[in-house]
Design a binder for this molecule. Structure first.
Ligand code: NAD
Ligand code: GLY
Length: 363
């Protein structure tokens, strides 16, 4: 089967995202690394390895090359960052070691930061296994870990050398995790592609074996690749890569205050997308009826638009103050001027945000 590829164009270099026949491409690249005398290492999690016990072996990896970490958001931490670095050091891995992430966004973000840090940087490859990782986190080079004080507070931009997207891996993904990935898909529609959004409205549902899925994944990757090509390290004064954070200022605060793992990232993003829409309406950027439309599409894919249990408004506001998008001590949000067209908005009144939190069920 011919491999379908998308290229992420960066200032310094470019890299491929493989779609169909991604496993063949992985096999070929791994063989090339080995024939060049390169050592390889995989970081994965126990649940992924249990769901796909033969995938890595079929691609040519050996068991001794796989580091298995616990599944879940708490693994994106200093503890497992340190453990992963030590594992490389204990094997005397050199600069020419190539590190592969086989997992969802947690493993990809952690392994990418390990690759960025070990010996000041080694080659990194992504094999995403969740929908969220396929449409978002495996592309674009944002890597990092959480601190108890906040989400993704430590990290580096470290682009992969290649991304291998094999949607067949999603057949074992629990429905709740699949839905969480759809939150990022809806995000792309809301921020950049009204046609994608209309396609989502028209769907009854979406599953790993839906015929529509591969094209949706490719479309999301294409949007992300374009945004990243234009503003790789999120330095644009306005808009730029920050737009990919639509809904995330709210979502990261929810994850931090509720405790990592309490809400799946995509579930928090679902609530965040609803809140970002309400904010856009309150700022006069969107007509009021768009709130119902956005809430409908979020709920249509089994995602929440309200907090499951009250969180304290003060705690949520404090978490938002640590958001990386803030400038000059002022909160910065991503809002929408129409569905399919997002912008960055500064100087939002904190009282307005507090009242939005209360509407979403905070106390
Ligand atoms: P995850 O990595 O925790 O994976 C979700 C769960 O599914 C885990 O329990 C995992 O073991 C399991 N799993 C993964 N693949 C499976 C499969 N094929 N079959 C069965 N089980 C499988 O979570 P996630 O939603 O993929 O990623 C969330 C993380 O991604 C968050 O930390 C978020 O901050 C980060 N993120 C990063 C970026 C970025 O640009 N770097 C973008 C969006 C999100
Ligand atoms: N997920 C946000 C970004 O990659 O910039």
């Amino acid at each position: 089967m011919k491999t379908e590829t998308l290229t992420v164009e960066l200032a310094e270099r470019r890299y491929p995202i493989y779609f169909t026949a991604a496993k063949d491409a992985l096999k070929t690249d791994l063989a090339a690394l080995r024939s060049g005398g390169r050592r390889v290492q995989v970081i994965s999690d126990a649940r992924v390895l249990h769901a796909h016990p033969n995938y890595l072996a079929q691609a040519g990896f050996e068991d001794s090359e796989i580091l298995s970490l616990p599944a879940g958001e708490p693994t994106k931490s200093l503890q497992y960052f340190s453990q992963s670095l030590s594992a490389l050091a204990n094997q005397s891995a050199n600069r020419d070691c190539a590190l592969f992430a086989f997992g969802g966004g947690v493993i990809g973000d952690l392994a990418g930061f390990v690759a960025a840090s070990y010996l000041r940087g080694i080659d990194f490859y992504q094999i995403p296994t969740t929908l969220l990782a396929m449409v978002d986190s495996s592309v674009g080079g944002k890597t990092g870990i959480n601190l108890p004080e906040g989400k993704n507070l430590v990290g580096a931009f470290w682009q992969p050398k290649a991304v291998y997207i094999d949607t067949a891996l999603l057949e074992t993904l629990p429905p709740r995790e699949f839905a969480a990935g759809l939150a990022e898909v809806i995000k792309y529609g809301l921020l950049a592609d009204s046609e994608l959004l209309e396609n989502l409205f028209a769907l009854d549902g979406l599953a790993a074996d839906s015929p529509e899925l591969p094209a949706i994944v490719r479309r999301c990757c294409a949007i992300k690749a374009q945004v990243v090509a234009e503003d790789e390290t999120e330095t644009a004064q306005a808009d730029g890569r920050a737009l990919l954070n639509l809904g995330h200022t709210f979502a990261h605060a929810i994850e931090n205050v509720a405790g990592y793992g309490e809400y799946l990232h995509g579930e928090a993003v679902g609530i965040g997308l609803s809140l970002a829409t309400r904010l856009s309406v309150a700022l006069g950027q969107l007509p009021e009826n768009e709130i119902a439309r956005v809430d409908q599409v979020v709920r249509q894919f089994q995602l929440p638009t309200q907090l499951r249990a009250p969180l304290r408004v003060g705690d949520l506001m404090a978490a938002m103050q640590r958001d990386k998008k803030n400038r000059g001590g002022r909160l910065r949000f991503v809002t929408m001027e129409e569905l399919g067209n997002a912008v960055t908005t500064d100087g939002v009144d904190t009282k307005l945000i507090e009242s939005l939190w209360r509407d979403a069920g905070a106390s």
